[in-house]
Every structure is written in structure tokens, then in C-alpha cells.
Design a protein around this ligand. Sequence first.
Ligand code: 13P
Ligand code: SF4
Length: 391
Amino acid sequence: MEKIRVRATNRSKQTMAHTASSPHTRNDEITTRVTRGARGAAPRLTYRDHRFTDEVARATQPVWERLHGLLADVDWLLKAPIIHRIIQLKQEKRALILAHNYQLPEIAYGVADKVGDSLQLAQYAAALNEDDAPVVVMCGVHFMAETVKVLAPERTVLIPDTAAGCSLAESITGADVRLLKQHYPGTPVVSYVNTSAEVKAESDYCCTSSNAVRVVEAAAREFGSPRVLFLPDRYLAANVAQATSIEIVAWHGTCMVHERFTPELIRELRAQFPGVRVLAHPECPPEVCAEADFTGSTSGMIRDVQTSGAAKVVMVTECSMADNVAAENPGVDFVRPCVLCPHMQRITLPKVLTALETLSPQVEVDEKIVHAARRAVERMLAVSPLTPFAP
Ligand code: 13P
Ligand code: SF4
């Protein structure tokens, strides 16, 4: 397996090295250009109309203030006009943008209305009322958009790239769950939120990384069962099993990002960066979580950075998140073993813009599946306290 690359950044040095003044005044004629790959490949950027004008500079100044130090100036000059147009379209179409913590800074800070972990995004979708946005864009992966559709079926739910999947969600189908239920009659099924709506529809409860133990115990209690079927993440299942006396029967799915971390890597990081606080996501193998100082959801890790007082941190998870968290915590040094989720990375500003312009691709879920999946998600929400979004 390819070795994971590690880099360490010190935010205060990074900020000093990067000009804190806006680049607006220097290059206000730069436009996005069409570039061609070798041998006449298709153009890759087609946003020629979106120029960096004075109006763009003025309107995007607050975004620049959050993003400087995270984007190179030239990157900003290319992206600001797209951010500006997305913000205009959000108002015109009364659209709301929800983003997962793994999204790129220009999405999380540039255009999103709410950024959170899977539970927070589901809680937000469930709390939408009639007067709220009729259009929701999910900057995350497909199961997250489906969960919004399940909770708010009357809304137009858009995902900027339908190929933004998830190795866990793809590891199991509704038919697999039906077979499992035949083998374990009367045993409640708890499905991780990283599953299709079809799988949720076959499940009794849904759960996320931040409430899995609580949900497993609620399911076992409600069904009077000493065991639960826990799908599809075998590592999350093993981590849950260590925290409860309920017997866990697991599926064999894994997250293609978190399965790559090893206990040896954590030990090497501790040797190389003495005093570093190690935060792990529970999709990591249990041996990795055993080496960590804290294990929790993506938002749980962010809260830990904000409250632990640690001066040096490594987040053992998808590495885009460290950029966002570093921006909000300038006094903390981040050690970054970099593994990217190729699915999350599919969501880009130009795709968000196209989704809003065309109101597509829309996420559709069959009415019967919406009904059954919603029951599993609502059961989870009923036992999960609200977790506030980071400011
Ligand atoms: P969180 O719910 O912790 O944000 O995790 C979602 C996910 O896909 C992690 O890989
Ligand atoms: Fe799925 Fe892993 Fe990507 Fe999260 S990081 S979306 S679990 S593949």
C-alpha cells in the first residue's frame, strides 16, 4: 500500500508568509480561461463570462477575509467570480447550500450556509420548515443528499456531481439487508448513515459516527434484543462493540480513506511530533483508535480542537478538513497525514454553479423508500441531542 504523506503546518507562520491584503486591486482584469489538455482534449474550464470585476471584489471581500492564507491569490482571482455568481443565484432561487466538513475551504467558507457532520446536516434538513428554501444543494456525497430528500421530500435537492459516492454506501444493497434479516429474525438493524436510502428503508434505525453507541443501545432496548445487526462499516462496528455490552453483528464494508491509517503511522507521528494530540474518526480500524487521544465524528474532532487547548494536533481523517479547522484555530499547529476522499473532492465551485443554474442533477428517491427510510432516520433523530454548528 502506498505510504501516506505527512506535512506539518504552523498557521501563524503560514499567515505571515501569505499576504493578508486582498489581491483585488492588482489583477482586476483576470478572467477564467479555457485550458486544453494534450492532443485536443476537451476544455476543462468554461466560465469565461465570470470576470473578476470591482463589483466581484467588493461583494466577495468578506469571503476573502476568511479564505486568505488558504488559497493562493491567483486561485482566488479565478474562484471569486464563481463564488459571487453562486451567492447571487442562491438569492434568486431561494436556495440553501449544506456542506460536509470535508468540503474544500472555498465551498465551506465561500458559499455554504451550514457546514457540519452527517448528524448535524440531517438535523438541519429535518428542521426545515415551509418558508425555508425550496432548493437545497448538498455539497457532500450522494447518501447525504438522499438523506436530505428523505427528510424534506417536497424540496428540490441537488448534488453537484452524482458520481460523488462512498465506498461504504456502495458495499451493501437493500437485497443484502433483506437476506441478513432472514438469517437473524427479530434482530434490529442499525444502518450507518453512509448507506443508500434503499438500505435505510430496510433498516430499523439509522446512526452516524456521533451517535452510533447511543442508537445501538436504543435499538436493542426497543426490540428487547441482546444483539443488533450493524451495517455496513466493520471498523465502526468494532469500535461500537468496544463501548457497549450489546452483541454486534457486522457487515464487511470499509471506508477507503480511514482503512488506510495504521497504528504504526500514529506511533511514528508521536515520535516525530512530540506532544501531538491525536484525534481519530471511528471509521478507522480499532487499533488506530486505540492509539488516539480522542475518537469522534468530524464535528466532534473540531470541538476537541477548540476545547482541548492542545498546541499541536493531528486529525486522522480525510485531510481537506484540516484546512478548514486550521483557518478557525490559528494558534494550533496541524500535522497532516494526507488521505483525500475522491468522492468528496468531486464537488467543486463550477459544479455547484452549474447545479444552481440548471437546477440539476436532482436527487430523486422513490416515495415508498422515502417513507420507510424516514422512519429509520427519525428514530435516530429522536434519540440524538442537537449538536450546534461551529460558528
Ligand atoms: P461524519 O458524520 O463524522 O462527518 O462522517 C462522515 C463521513 O463520511 C466520514 O468519512
Ligand atoms: Fe465515504 Fe470514506 Fe469518503 Fe466518508 S471519507 S464519504 S466514508 S469514502
